[in-house]
Design a protein around this ligand. Structure first.
Ligand code: GDP
Ligand code: IMO
Ligand code: MG
Length: 442
């Protein structure tokens, strides 16, 4: 059975939660490989909405095992809240949630440092989610991080905490003029979290290896998106983890030879939350239309998302960096009201047009988009489940986008609920998961 990576191809919020939930019944395991509770993955089941932050989006399917890999940073209080909320809503976590011993903890001083750094960053402000994700990954790289396994060893946890508190308090006091922390205020609650989470903490790399040897199929769920990757994104306006397909290996301990394919998720347009370059960003009526119809407000922070047209140059870059076999295009229905729709086919900078995503920060900030404009379809696609049912102009838009990007489309999402989904016949998805069945070919 194939092991597939599902990865955001833009700046996050592409609809990864919905797509993973739709595909989860066709795999045995879903594993998150990076990010933390900066992520907000929405799954809508009938009239019920779930926003998953640290728990994989397969959790709503009984029988789908969910793993939080070593590349994830975990805020234990937030994770426990998420678990309790799911249990209250009738979701079972017994025997189907596993947490890596090697995943790093988000400690209370991390959000404090995150917010303090942002408040002093001026025009370099990133617009983080304030969840402490950057400082937690910084500690991991600096080799002073505290891991889930440390939580289970009280003496070791206390030693590491004392060391960190001394260091962080100096930073908070002397650089940021912010409030300090005490060991006692953290130790008690964290030992309680340890008691709560202990039954779930295990060697997940070994488990995954054994399951795959036994024939299980694993889906790797990325958080954030390609352009927020710490190496490949629009640095420094990025998150601090490896969001791209390569992160699926380092963030789980599964070797690249065990991964068979990658599915990129993109909206039919584009959004970004927080600061940083966004070449195809629009303002005025079109922005209002996309934000209103697409309900483009952050799932974690509630911030209005910046909106714009799809950038095919960025998507081709995402296809190259992630080795995408296919795209899932979400929120097609949001464009139903547009008279015309635009695809960015080049980045113009000082007379030169780039059709490969530039790597220079200056170009991202100074370039102008080169658009191809197509006529809109101005009829509802909401809830459509069959490719052939789509209006001709909507199909033309998807097919032109796919042609420019050079990668096929395997799934089209036409609404937030599970059934609002088209699986494209003959595409990578029914090839990977024959149980998905097929619809008419494009
Ligand atoms: P993620 O972080 O990539 O999982 O995406 P988010 O959950 O943050 O944001 C995607 C939003 O779009 C959520 O509110 C989804 O319920 C919603 N959504 C997903 N697919 C579709 C779609 O095809 N059409 C519409 N209208 N909404 C969708
Ligand atoms: P999902 O998984 C969209 C953005 C923040 C900010 C930058 C750094 O739901 O797609 P961080 O708190 O990570 O240090 O913030 O990254 N960001 C996201 N944007 N979706 C997300 O997650 C995001 N997670 C972080 O807005 O610009
Ligand atoms: Mg999100």
């Amino acid at each position: 059975m194939p092991n597939i990576v599902v990865v955001g191809a833009q700046w996050g919020d592409e609809g990864k939660g919905k797509v993973v939930d739709v595909l989860a019944p066709h795999v045995d395991v879903v594993v998150r490989y990076q990010g933390g509770n900066n992520a907000g993955h929405t799954v809508v089941v009938g009239k019920e909405k779930f926003v998953l932050q640290t728990i994989p989006s397969g959790i709503l399917h009984r029988g789908c095992r969910c793993v939080i890999g070593c590349g994830v940073v975990i805020n234990p209080a937030s994770l426990i809240d998420e678990m309790e909320a799911l249990v209250q809503r009738g979701v079972s976590l017994d025997g189907n949630l596993y947490i890596s011993k090697n995943a790093h903890l988000i400690m209370p001083y991390h959000p404090a440092l995150d917010r303090a750094a942002e408040s002093q960053a001026g025009k370099r402000r990133i617009g983080t989610t304030g969840k402490g994700v950057g400082p937690a990954y910084a500690d991991k790289a600096a080799r002073v991080g505290i891991r889930m396994a440390d939580l289970l060893d009280e003496q070791l946890f206390r030693d590491k905490l004392e060391f960190n508190i001394r260091q962080k308090n100096r930073l908070l006091r002397e650089i940021y003029d912010a409030e300090e922390f005490t060991v006692e205020a953290i130790l008690g609650p964290y030992l309680r979290y340890a008691g709560w989470l202990a039954p779930y903490i295990t060697d997940t790399a070994l488990l995954l290896s054994r399951w795959m040897d036994g024939g299980a199929s694993v889906m790797f769920e990325g958080a954030q998106g390609t352009l927020l990757d710490v190496d490949h994104g629009t640095y420094p306006f990025i998150t601090s983890s490896s969001t791209t397909a390569g992160g699926a290996c380092t963030g789980t301990g599964v070797p690249p030879t065990k991964i068979h394919g990658a599915l990129g998720i993109s909206k039919a347009y584009c959004t970004r939350v927080g600061g940083g370059p966004f070449l195809t960003e629009v303002s005025g009526d079109i922005a209002d239309l996309l934000r209103t119809r697409g309900n483009e407000f952050g799932s974690v922070t509630g911030r209005p998302r910046r909106c714009g047209w799809v950038d095919a140059v960025g998507l081709r870059y995402a296809a190259r960096i992630n080795g995408l076999d296919a795209f899932a295009i979400t929120k097609l229905d949001v464009l139903d009201a547009c008279e015309t729709v635009k695809i960015c086919v080049g980045h113009r900078h000082r007379g030169e047009v780039f059709t490969e995503f530039p790597e220079e920060e200056r170009i991202w900030h100074e370039a102008a988009p080169v658009y191809e404009e197509l006529s809109g379809w101005q009829t509802s696609t909401h809830g459509m489940q069959d490719y052939a049912e789509l209006p001709t102009k909507a199909r033309e838009y998807l097919e032109r986008l796919s042609e420019i990007v050079g990668v096929g489309i395997a799934l089209v999402s036409t609404g937030p609920v599970r059934d609002d989904t088209i699986i494209v016949a003959g595409s990578a998805l029914p090839r990977w998961f024959p149980s998905l069945g097929s619809a008419a070919s494009p």
